[in-house]
Design a protein around this ligand. Structure first.
Ligand code: CMC
Length: 437
């Protein structure tokens, strides 16, 4: 960390001694005030529920400028990665810090491809679930269960174990997501094929049956690959912070990633793509474009809990750059499938336009996020709504692992242990039951 010439001084109105706090500079973005010695020197904690002003780590992986609407993976703009690289290049970049050269790309693609099969026993574990189980319930279980199958890569403090578990997780997530899908609809599992690209393989495992040859559509393969790239990492979001906190205890990588999957499931995070599409369908059922005004009124009503799903972001106070790319992909996919008049896409564009002009959204700097259009794309690809968040988990796995590995390799790494402002009862004694109120 680069120290700044500027220092912060913390003073107290009760005459307690002031404290000088070092400041560190990032390569871009806000500086941080180092409060690590605060408790030792003042006996006080800082209070920041929801981490509104707290940097929990220093990282070299992903940078977001929320005001500009900029997203960089290892310095590269998401727009360039989404148009000039594929998902496995992006994985390589996130894991190792640089884009692969031709040989590295070939070796990495082969390495990942050769790990796409899962232990046959996983099928029997999967069969324990109800057929109508939510795919995220299934995925949380399956990913956690990997630690029971790959005992040779569970030591998080061993760099070799971390590397092989990273490859295994990236390679096996598509197989597991496709298995969860096939299980839910009662179709046979389709095994991976090594001659296909990562994304073409995923589409085949999802949509092929043993009855006929599956021919993939390159536009749709490219679309799913782009979805993977756009979701690959997003710095210290809730699920990534969960993975870091979980992994900080020294638990194995599969268990830490399973914790990330569980966190991602929530509707305020990865579950928003599912919620956004359901919202569009509901508006459509109620009358479509005509009913947008009424819906927006409900969103703005302080007494209602209705939100415009796929809008708003803790960090972006401008258009999420991923949403722009996703809208573009949406156009391409609908065009390729002859669905240019898709009513949900038209509704989404009208809703976006109206919201972006509305004072409520303008004042709060609420813009479309990646989830606003991703549901429409995924639906067009034939992916059922309940599987959307599992696709997000598949893509985010590489980000989680890169962040986890960065934390473990950091010499300053410690188990995560937030503190609290205790506001409960002061010490008291247990009364005999007859004397209790
Ligand atoms: N619809 C209506 N009002 C909203 C919305 C929305 N989608 N998002 C924020 N607001 C309002 C909120 O009510 C608050 O208003 P007020 O100041 O009058 O109380 C103000 O905007 C600030 O919102 P906040 O809840 O304090 O913001 P936050 O940073 O805590 O929440 C968020 C961020 C993403 C949870 C929230 O914007 C939201 O719930 N959006 C809908 C869900 C969604 O699309 N999530 C996907 C996020 S991107 C993918 C991912 O990273 O997982």
């Amino acid at each position: 960390m680069t120290p700044s010439n500027v220092k912060a001084t913390l003073s107290f109105s009760d005459g307690s001694p002031a404290m000088e706090l070092p400041i560190y500079k990032g390569s871009i973005g806000p500086d941080v005030i180092d409060i690590r010695k605060l408790y030792a020197q003042t006996g006080k904690f800082t209070y920041d529920p929801g981490f509104l002003s707290t940097a929990a780590c220093n990282s070299t992986i992903t940078y977001i400028d929320g005001d500009k609407g900029e997203l960089l993976y290892r310095g590269y703009p998401i727009e360039q990665l989404a148009t000039q690289c594929d998902f496995l290049d992006t994985c390589y970049l996130l894991l190792y810090g640089e884009l692969p050269n031709a040989q590295q790309q070939k070796d990495f693609d082969t390495l990942v491809t050769r790990h796409t099969m899962v232990n046959e026993q996983m099928q029997f574990y999967l069969r324990g679930f109800r057929r109508d189980a939510h795919p995220m319930a299934v995925m949380t279980g399956l990913v956690g269960a990997l630690s029971a199958f790959y005992h040779d890569s569970t030591d998080i403090h061993n760099a070799k174990h971390r590397e092989i578990s990273a490859i295994r997780l990236i390679a096996k997530m598509p197989t597991l997501v496709a298995m969860a899908y096939k299980y839910g609809i009662g179709q046979p599992f389709i095994y991976p094929r090594n001659e296909l690209s990562y994304s073409a393989n995923f589409m085949r495992m999802m949509f092929a049956t043993p009855c006929e040859e599956y021919v993939s559509n390159p536009v749709l393969v490219r679309a799913i690959d782009r979805i993977f790239i756009l979701h690959a990492d997003h710095e210290q979001n809730a699920s990534t912070s969960t993975v870091r906190l979980c992994g900080s205890s020294g638990t194995n990588p599969f268990a830490a990633i399973a914790a990330g999957v569980a966190c991602l499931w929530g509707p305020a995070h990865g579950g928003a793509n599912e919620a956004a599409l359901n919202m569009l369908k509901e508006i459509q059922r109620e009358g479509g474009v005509e009913k947008i005004g009424e819906f927006i009124k409900r969103v703005k009503d302080k007494n209602s809990t209705v939100k415009l799903m796929g809008f708003g972001h803790r960090v972006y106070k401008n258009y999420d750059p991923r949403a722009k790319l996703m809208r573009e992909t949406c156009h391409e996919v609908l065009e390729a499938l002859g669905l240019h008049d898709d009513p949900l896409f038209k509704l989404a564009m009208s809703l976006e336009k109206i919201a972006l002009e509305d004072e409520y959204f303008v004042a709060r700097k609420l813009y479309p996020n990646v989830d606003f259009y991703s549901g429409i794309v995924q639906s067009a690809l034939g992916i059922p709504v309940t599987l959307f968040t599992a696709i997000f988990a598949l893509a985010r796995t590489v980000g989680w692992i890169a962040q986890l590995n960065e934390m473990i390799a950091d010499p300053e790494y410690k188990i995560g242990r937030p503190r609290q402002l205790y506001a409960g009862s002061v010490r008291r004694d247990v009364l005999p039951i007859a004397a209790r109120a």
